[in-house]
Design a protein around this ligand. Structure first.
Ligand code: ZN
Length: 592
């Protein structure tokens, strides 16, 4: 049962440009008639993700995802179809009628209320920071660290009351129940469940927004030595920790523009350099990034500059993040600041220009790894030290997905350590092969299930709908049984029977929210075949029919075996007749 009528869906669809919609998530580049990018849904080195403004569809030739604007939002925002429709409609100011049926899966409070509660809470925290006496030390702390009023406004920074339930009280005056606050992660229940208290108490608050700028969670930074230093909202229906990154909504444009991201550690390392004009930032917040977060950054660039000393306290977490970047085929460089200075302290002292200069001069990660290993081991005159250094570098070398880069490093490291590079190369190859074996096991989603003739026949029927009566009039639906695109053929035939000529647009609507949409996108995105005649269509249909008959014949043959074993002569005769009929048909098809 559809939630919205076709005319409503068309209105929403027509209001968006798929290229500008997708650009908010992925760095698209114009290539020919399409825009291309590295696919946000699978890991790849060369872009096979295509978006067509003309056709209003997207398609990845690497992993096979594809569809229209709704489909894209469903996949990238992890939304159900009706929610994706609402998501796009809201952003384009289109008023939607009440859905015909409430989505059952939703249950509980709607996400709209959670979002409104977050906005209200963020506003309250912000007001407290600027106006309340109890927030004075927090405000002074920020000012001492050079944070201006404009920056506080820009990032909507705030302060959470220390009392215990100040937020709960305030929110209840505004009509938000405790249940909503509990679901937002803004309140917690006491152990015995008897009462609720604020999750954030006496902390500087950094609202966490998604890449679209909606407040989905909060980060609280402790004042002084309070532990933990950073406290984040728990996972909620709005906030998936492993899929979001603080500040990316502010920095994504600058990251796209500079084509690299500066990885910093804390909120202050983000906010202060940003204020000084270094805007292409990403904050790890002292934990290791997840693969999804690294892929999220990968939508905008494939290069990061790590702007904190990877030898510092969070070294283990940092190391894991950097490993992920390597595995996702990022270029990584390392910027070292004097005496382990924070980026925010450095930029206030030395200025944005000096920081920018150091960013440009940041050394490739492998050089950094080598020098750090050499420093740890001491003299290279000792052969044992050399082996130790080599052993600690090998895992990193093996992670470099690019063979050219890898052998380049082998050469440089061999020189640095004064060893024969043949010997080193052999070691690296062994380590790299182990890694490749692991990668090969990764599953690959695909819509490659369509047979060649099947795809070609669809192309003719849909790129030239005028031919449908002529071609479909001769087809038997039986011959499409078991094909990947069976449902699409059935829908075309059904439309044909009603006297319509189904087009890509009609079918896209019909298969919204279904796997068929990706197949349609694939057929639509590929260029129309040059020969769009009824004869071509018939030859592809015949090929499909022949392959169905061939598998039917296999079935008959195994039944013949069985009947012969059972000495069932009557059945055997019937089957042999059937087989002869199939053979005759196959022969006549092969003559066409
Ligand atoms: Zn893909």
């Amino acid at each position: 049962m559809p939630l919205y009528s076709d005319s409503v869906l068309d209105e929403v669809r027509n209001a968006v440009s798929i290229v500008s919609l997708v650009s908010e998530y992925v760095a698209l580049k114009k290539r020919g008639r399409n825009h291309v990018a590295r696919c946000p849904f699978h890991t790849e080195k060369t872009p096979s993700f295509n978006v067509s403004e003309e056709k209003q569809i997207f398609m990845c030739f690497g992993c096979g995802v594809g569809g229209d604007a709704f489909k894209f939002i469903m996949l990238i925002e992890h939304l159900a179809f009706p929610d994706a429709v609402r998501f796009i409609a809201e952003r384009h100011g289109i008023a939607l009628p009440e859905p015909v049926v409430r989505p059952e899966s939703q249950g509980g409070t709607s996400t709209d209320i959670l979002l409104r509660a977050n906005v209200e809470a963020a506003g309250y925290f912000h007001w407290l920071l600027l106006e309340a006496d109890e927030a004075r030390p927090a405000l002074e702390y920020l000012q001492r660290r050079g944070v201006t009023r404009a920056t506080i406004e820009k990032f909507n920074l705030g302060f959470s009351p220390a009392g215990g339930d100040g937020l709960i009280q305030r929110m209840s005056q505004k009509g938000f129940s405790k249940e909503v606050l509990l679901e937002c992660g803004l309140a917690k229940r006491s152990e015995d469940g008897a009462r609720c208290y604020d999750s954030f108490r006496g902390r500087i608050i950094f609202p966490i927004t998604d890449v679209r700028g909606r407040v989905i969670a909060f980060g609280g930074r402790a004042m002084g030595d309070h532990q933990p230093k950073y406290l984040n909202s728990p996972e909620t229906r709005l906030y998936n920790k492993s899929r979001n990154l603080f500040g990316l909504g502010f920095s994504k444009e600058a990251i796209k523009k500079h084509d690299f991201a500066v990885l910093v550690e804390g909120y202050m390392d983000f906010v202060v350099p940003f204020q000084y004009g270094v805007e292409n930032l990403v904050a790890s917040l002292g934990t290791s990034l997840t693969q999804q977060q690294v892929q999220l950054i990968g939508r905008y660039t494939r290069e990061v500059v790590v702007s904190y000393d990877p030898d510092s306290a969070g070294v283990a977490a940092t190391q894991r993040s950097l490993d992920l970047f390597l595995e996702e085929d990022f270029r990584i460089r390392v910027l070292s600041l004097p005496e382990g200075e924070d980026p925010d302290a450095f930029i206030r002292r030395a200025g944005a220009e000096e920081y920018g200069k150091r960013l440009r001069e940041a050394v490739p990660y492998m050089d950094f790894v080598v020098e750090a290993a050499v420093r740890r081991q001491g003299s290279l005159d000792n052969p044992r030290n050399k082996i130790q250094v080599l052993n600690s570098i090998l895992p990193y070398l093996a992670k470099l997905p690019n063979a050219v880069e890898r052998s380049d490093y082998v050469f440089r490291i061999a020189r640095r350590l004064r060893i024969e590079d043949q010997q080193l190369l052999a070691e690296v190859k062994r380590a790299a092969q182990q890694k490749r074996a692991r990668l090969a096991e990764a599953p690959l989603a695909t819509v490659g299930a369509m047979k060649f003739a099947e795809k070609r026949l669809l192309k003719v029927l849909l790129h030239n709908p005028e031919l449908q009566p002529q071609v479909l009039g001769r087809c038997s639906m039986q011959d499409f049984t078991g094909l990947a695109a069976e449902k699409i053929f059935a829908a075309i035939a059904e439309g044909f029977r009603r006297g319509e000529r189904p087009t890509f647009e009609i079918l896209n609507r019909r298969f919204a929210d279904q796997p068929e949409q990706a197949m349609l996108a694939q057929v639509q995105m590929e260029e129309a075949p040059e020969d769009l005649s009824a004869d071509t269509a018939e030859s592809f249909y015949n090929a499909l029919r022949a392959s169905r008959l061939a598998s039917y014949k296999q079935e008959i043959l195994s039944k013949i075996d069985e009947a012969a074993r059972n000495k069932d002569d009557e059945l055997l005769n019937r089957l042999i007749e059937q087989r002869a009929r199939v053979d005759r048909e196959l022969i006549s098809l092969s003559r066409k």
